[in-house]
Design a protein around this ligand. Structure first.
Ligand SMILES: Cc1cc2nc3c(=O)[nH]c(=O)nc-3n(C[C@H](O)[C@H](O)[C@H](O)COP(=O)(O)OP(=O)(O)OC[C@H]3O[C@@H](n4cnc5c(N)ncnc54)[C@H](O)[C@@H]3O)c2cc1C
Ligand SMILES: NC(=O)c1ccc[n+]([C@@H]2O[C@H](COP(=O)([O-])OP(=O)(O)OC[C@H]3O[C@@H](n4cnc5c(N)ncnc54)[C@H](OP(=O)(O)O)[C@@H]3O)[C@@H](O)[C@H]2O)c1
Ligand SMILES: Cc1cc2nc3c(=O)[nH]c(=O)nc-3n(C[C@H](O)[C@H](O)[C@H](O)COP(=O)(O)O)c2cc1C
Length: 696
């Protein structure tokens, strides 16, 4: 038995299952005078079907592989299935189910998908039966025919990532819009973009699609909505949505809205005698995939990696904790490069899960299935079913982020105290008072579902409804902090533990980092579900090109891999250009990550190190202050030697400050106007000489 809080069902696999009409197995005997089991026509038919299946499979693989990799980030989509071509006609689905509204989503971590679902569900109130659709699973060229459905409307909820890039599942659609010239006259549409103002390319995808659809002749039914995840994206969405529906009604001449009733999307079945081997215990797609591990490993089929090192990087006086973790990947066939990201699937804290069970007065060990009542939907279940409530709350559902307003609205129904019901309804409403209450009680006071159930004792929702409305638990990404040249059989990450006190006096712990903190080398080993995401954060192909790396705090992570690689090349006798690191932390004795290693690289001539200790003097000293002072060195590397500059870590302030300093350097040292300097930097970005790997 492995040491993990991962699924442990001991299922014996069926040995050989023979379907009616399938060929007999070699050692099975049949009457000697029987006719041959398969005729030539049967064999030809089977071969034909196999070839067609191979064609569909290879084509979908090629499409995925041909899609450009995201630029400086990488997040996996939440929906993975690629529908067979016969099922990707959204027009056919709309027509056969009598719908006129289709809401497409471009989503990596689920928000846009959730918004799309809410819009599609609400359509019924306005006599527009709606359907959610993943552009990756649809033939988007059919948009030209949507006008054949009377009073039809296409809505697009699209998130932006990286350098203004679409999400993986919207990539092909955006390429089609960019490169094609489809005639979209009479297509009615609206766009809601999801972004974050701390990123340079704010909401670029939503803005582009809104503009491009109009360019191609489509009719904008309501103005572009922009959600800012740095502020309150829920507020942005409900504010937009509140004006969107009246505009839609006016456009289509729909009179009055129907009743605002909560409609369940999934039907509950509780199982009494379900055999254990048929129950999901945390797998993401294939039943028993954790017991019978098979490469290739990806988001649907993560590798259970043994933890072989988990070491504290902070000094004893630090109030925080930062972990250096090594995962053993020898048997996984996972190949990585320095700069790639590692995705980790977390597991929710058992105490929080139990609290939900207690507050709801429910038995967490009941086995259940939620089945979509919409038979046209490609999403049959909200998460792998059947499973127990405990499994759903532990592995599949997000129980620690702040619930969105639609969750409060659905929960209000179950509060037995009228005052509690009113409070929940108010926070879910779009009135100024309601928004302020939501902002204060949920966002500012930082309440998750467990806190809400604790603080509203009369609220006891049925667990199946709660499981239906909670969002999916997402994997977390970490910049890999090792080089495969030095560590081909292990992947290292550098993760700071999230822990903070909320205004209600509770201690909140980051789901993944607090779970990882308990994973130590042991026999049997602690196993962590991981998969690799390629990035474009890459060293120059030739090691003689000089590089500057700016990475305060955990922003150092990918640079540890870069430095290992340059040191390795130097020791192999290759000519290696200047390798310059700007690292910043609070105090040299507390959070100077990998200090010994870095000092050793300085000593052996691999590295030039600039350090900024922000809290060792009365005023702040940041890496950006050092960059300001070293403009000459920066220009020497990027302007005179065609070198590369890399930034990693905080997206909110640091990355933007570095960008501005770079602009100044190019203007001052390169004697350029602001416009020319900005173009120079854009060119550096497109040549991959200026790359960032940032998060907030
Ligand atoms: C491309 C990429 C690379 C990354 N690389 C790294 C890396 O190398 N190392 C690393 O440590 N992290 C990295 N991260 C961040 C990492 O993915 C996780 O977000 C982080 O570890 C927290 O995850 P968690 O599950 O422990 O916390 P969660 O349960 O997700 O909690 C985090 C949330 O808690 C809230 N929060 C956090 N602190 C506070 C506070 N003080 N007050 C109020 N609310 C707060 C915020 O809403 C935050 O989003 C990276 C992220 C991305 C997108
Ligand atoms: N979403 C999450 O849960 C999550 C989890 C982990 C990390 N992060 C983010 O990841 C980033 C790195 O985290 P970390 O804990 O490793 O770093 P950190 O220890 O908070 O910061 C590293 C150093 O950078 C300094 N700094 C602060 N603002 C700066 C700026 N504008 N320019 C340059 N330096 C600046 C800090 O100084 P002072 O602190 O003294 O000001 C500190 O010395 C942060 O943005 C953090 O918010 C997010
Ligand atoms: C690594 C990373 C990169 C991002 N890059 C951008 C960006 O370039 N521009 C932007 O407006 N928002 C950016 N965002 C914010 C997301 O678009 C925003 O959080 C959105 O709500 C995510 O939607 P999703 O959950 O459907 O994927 C980024 C977020 C992350 C985590």
């Amino acid at each position: 038995m492995h040491n993990m809080d991962l699924p442990t069902v001991d299922a014996s696999q069926p040995k050989a299952i023979r379907m009616a009409g399938s060929p007999m197995l070699e050692n099975e005997s049949g009457p000697e005078d029987e006719q041959p089991f398969l005729s030539i026509t049967d064999i030809m038919l089977i071969l034909g079907i196999l070839l067609a299946m191979m064609f569909v499979y290879v084509r979908s693989r090629m499409r995925r592989e041909a899609a450009p990799a995201p630029k400086s980030y990488s997040i996996q989509p939440t929906s993975f299935a690629v529908a067979p071509s016969s099922e990707n006609s959204f027009i056919k689905k709309l027509k056969t189910s009598g719908r006129s509204l289709v809401v497409f989503y471009g989503s990596q971590t689920g928000t846009a998908e959730e918004f799309a679902g809410r819009l599609a569900k609400e359509g019924i109130r306005y006599k527009m039966k709606g359907m959610v659709a993943d552009p990756e699973e649809c033939n988007m060229e059919e948009l030209v025919h949507l006008k054949t459905i009377p009073n039809s409307l296409a809505v697009f909820c699209l998130a932006t990532y990286g350098e203004g890039d679409p999400t993986d599942n919207a990539m092909e659609f955006i390429d089609w819009l960019k490169n094609g010239d489809a005639d979209l006259t009479e297509l009615n549409y609206a766009v809601f973009g999801l972004g974050n103002k701390t990123y340079e390319h704010y909401n670029e995808v939503g803005i582009y699609v809104d503009h491009r659809l109009e360019q191609l002749g489509a009719t904008r039914v309501f103005e572009l909505g922009l959600g800012d995840d740095d502020a309150n994206i829920e507020d942005d969405f409900i504010t937009w949505k509140d004006k969107f529906w009246p505009a839609v009604c006016e456009f289509f001449g729909i009179e009055g809205a129907g009743e605002d009733v909560s409609i369940r999307q999934y039907k509950l079945t509780e199982h009494v005698d379900m055999p254990a081997e048929r129950i999901y215990t945390g797998e993401f797609a294939r039943l028993h995939s954790f017991k019978n591990q098979r490469p290739p490993y990806d988001a649907k089929n993560p590798f259970l990696a043994p933890v072989i090192v988990n070491r504290e990087l902070h000094g004893p006086t630090s109030e925080r904790s930062c972990m250096h973790i090594e995962f053993y990947i020898e048997d996984s066939k996972i190949r990585y490069d320095a700069g790639d990201h590692l995705a980790v699937y977390p597991v929710n804290n058992a105490k929080l899960v139990n609290k939900i069970g207690e507050q709801c007065g429910a038995n967490l060990d009941i086995v259940f299935t939620l089945t979509n009542t919409d038979e046209e939907s490609t999403k049959k279940h909200p998460f792998p079913c059947p499973c127990t409530y405990r499994t759903a709350l532990t592995y599949y559902l997000d129980i620690t982020s702040n619930p969105r307003t639609h969750i409060l609205k659905e929960l209000a129904e179950y509060a037995t105290d009228p005052a509690d019901k009113e409070k929940l309804k108010l926070m879910a409403s779009t009135t100024a008072e309601g928004k302020a209450a939501y902002q204060q009680w949920i966002i500012q006071e930082n309440r998750n579902i467990v806190h809400i159930l604790e603080d509203i004792p009369s609220l006891k929702p049925p667990l199946d409804h709660l499981c239906e409305i909670l969002p999916r638990l997402q994997c977390r990404y970490y910049s890999i902090s090792s080089s495969p040249k030095l560590h081909p059989t292990t992947i290292h990450i550098t993760a700071v533990v999230v822990e903070y006190k909320t205004p209600t006096g509770r201690i909140n712990r980051g789901v993944t980092t607090s779970w990882l903190k308990e994973k130590h080398p042991s026999d049997p080993p602690c196993l962590v579900p991981i998969f690799l995401r390629k990035s474009q954060f890459r060293l120059p192909t030739r090691p003689n090109i000089p590089i500057i790396m700016v990475g305060p705090g955990t922003g150092l992570a990918p640079f540890r891999g870069f430095i290992q690689e340059r040191d390795f090349a130097r020791k192999e006798g290759k000519e290696v250009g200047d390798t310059i690191l700007y690292f910043g932390c609070r105090k040299s004795q507390e959070d100077f990550l990998y200090r010994d290693e870095l000092e050793e690289y300085v000593k052996n001539g691999t590295l030039t190190l600039h350090t900024a200790f922000s809290r060792e003097q009365s005023h702040k000293v940041y890496v950006t202050h050092l960059l300001e002072k070293n403009k000459e060195e920066i220009w020497h590397v990027i302007g005179e030697q065609n070198g590369h500059i890399y930034v990693c870590g905080d997206a909110r302030n640091m990355a933007r400050d570095v960008h501005n300093i770079l602009l100044k350097v190019v203007m001052e040292r390169g004697n350029m106007s602001e416009l020319d300097a900005a173009n120079y930097i854009k060119k550096m970005e497109s040549q991959k000489r200026y790359s960032s790997d940032v998060w907030s």
